[in-house]
Design a protein around this ligand. Structure first.
Ligand SMILES: *Cc1c(COP(=O)(O)O)cnc(C)c1O
Length: 370
């Protein structure tokens, strides 16, 4: 039996230690340190945006994005049923109402063709979330935003380096956000980034990140509520070192994906990730699969677990979240594709720290289960 293969291990092989040491030696450890603005500048440039605002995590970035765009009480916001809770939570906490859309069964993203039917007089914004490796089909969404004058928030937390028709993911939203959690293409341990092109929006995001201190008011006098969602210089040090290697990280993600695609192509009963669409090549943020039945998924996950191979189940749908049902949201709503993904989907070890040998071991174990 091989040693355990966790579902994710980060890759910290560049200047991480050097830059962290610099933080300690200079005493710059808080959010006032010089690595923050350098990281903001370099990351926003990388994703082809004018402004970058570093924050404590990706969910915090979404909280700020929603508030910065003045999404509030009774505003409807269209978003996928199948995603992490963060976007829906940010909207609900501001008093807004998430309006859900089912998934495309092949890309697992929000089905862009079902969005227009959800637009009402109360719709204020769309939140797109690029899921697991392929982007949302953006052109129809951008057209709807224009036609109905809707704001667009782009959750690109999993898509650093991915493109849609050659344009960077994270360059589409009025506000776009990224996460730097340890399983993302680059990590700061915990961390996130808001990016945009509008100076006023950027200033508002900066203010909300910093307890909504007023630039032209006496210090400690506040006119609205914000958060302390600041990133530390230590996190930005990690981020800069990681950003230097982002191309290597992305190539490695794709290599892991190709290796699994090749190794698992004879596997029966499981849908593997789509290699590409007419607008993107899969970046394989995680290597995900969907079983034909829930029983088959459970059996595979259990067997892999017995073999000490880490797996993660897919996201759980927003309309089936107990916390939202208790609030009376989404009652009796059904999103059959999203429901199937949530029940039958899981992903296998695909972090940047995984070795070729480990990928081969996982392939062998997956194929030997049945
Ligand atoms: C990781 C992730 C987030 C949240 O990021 P955190 O930094 O963990 O708060 C948000 N949206 C998506 C799609 C994610 O994958």
């Amino acid at each position: 039996m091989h040693k355990p293969i966790p579902v994710n291990t980060p890759l910290l092989s560049g200047n991480e230690l050097k830059y962290l040491t610099e933080c300690i030696e200079t005493g710059w450890i808080s959010s006032e340190g010089p690595f923050i603005s350098e990281f903001e500048k370099k990351f926003s440039t990388y994703v082809q945006r004018k402004y970058g605002i570093a924050v404590s995590n990706g969910s915090a970035a979404l909280d700020i994005a929603v508030k910065a765009l003045h999404i509030g009480k009774d505003d409807e916001v269209i978003m996928p049923a199948f995603t992490i809770i963060s976007p829906a939570q940010s909207v609900v906490k501001e008093g807004g109402i998430p309006v859900l859309v089912d998934s495309d069964p092949l890309t697992w993203n929000m089905d862009a063709t079902q969005v227009e039917a959800k637009i009402t007089a109360k719709t204020k914004a769309i939140i797109v979330v690029h899921i697991y490796g392929l982007p949302v089909d953006m052109d129809p969404i951008l057209a709807l935003c224009k036609k109905y004058k809707l704001k667009l928030i782009e959750d690109a937390a999993e898509m650093h380096g991915q493109t849609y028709k050659g344009k960077m993911c994270g360059s589409f939203g009025d506000i776009s956000i990224f996460s730097f959690y340890p399983n993302k293409q680059i990590t700061t341990g915990e961390g996130g980034m808001i990016v945009c092109d509008d100076e006023a929006i950027a200033e508002r995001c900066k203010k909300l990140r910093n307890l909504a201190f007023e630039p032209n008011e006496r210090r400690f006098v506040h006119h609205e509520l914000g958060w302390n969602y600041r990133m530390t210089n230590l996190q930005a040090a990690l981020g800069l070192a990681q950003l230097e290697k982002i191309d290597i990280h992305i190539n490695k993600k794709r290599e892991i994906g190709f290796r699994y695609n090749e190794g698992l192509k004879s596997l029966k009963g499981f849908q593997l990730p789509l290699k590409s669409t007419d607008y993107s090549e899969n970046i394989y943020w995680v290597y995900a699969m969907v079983a034909e039945t829930e029983d088959l998924a459970n059996e595979m996950v259990k067997k892999l677990n017995d073999h000490k191979i880490g797996t993660r189940p897919f996201f759980w749908c927003m309309h089936e979240q107990p916390v939202f049902q208790k609030m009376g949201l989404f009652l009796n709503e059904k999103y059959p594709v999203a429901e199937k993904l949530a029940r039958n989907g899981f992903y296998i070890p695909s972090g940047l720290g995984i070795t070729k040998e480990e990928v081969n071991m996982v392939i062998e174990d997956v194929l030997s289960v049945f």
